[in-house]
Design a binder for this molecule. Structure first.
Ligand code: SF4
Length: 63
């Protein structure tokens, strides 16, 4: 099963991933960083797109 990780140290809080894939990503408003909505999200094409467009390249999909 694929796993999604966000390197929150690198995350700039740009919200691109949330715009591209709001079913998986949301913003942690306190920290200003992206986070996963559920612990075990389904890796859809939108998730790959969010990872590809993340300007900090901090979304990893481990298959
Ligand atoms: S696209 Fe990348 S840098 Fe931007 S909020 Fe999402 S994880 Fe953070």
């Amino acid at each position: 099963m694929a796993e999604i990780t966000i390197d929150t140290y690198l995350c700039s809080g740009c919200e691109t991933c949330v715009e591209l894939c709001p079913e998986v990503f949301r913003m942690d408003k306190v920290m200003g960083k992206a986070e996963l909505i559920t612990t075990n999200p389904v890796v859809t094409e939108d998730v790959f797109q969010a990872a590809a467009y993340c300007p900090e390249k901090c979304i990893a999909i481990i298959e």
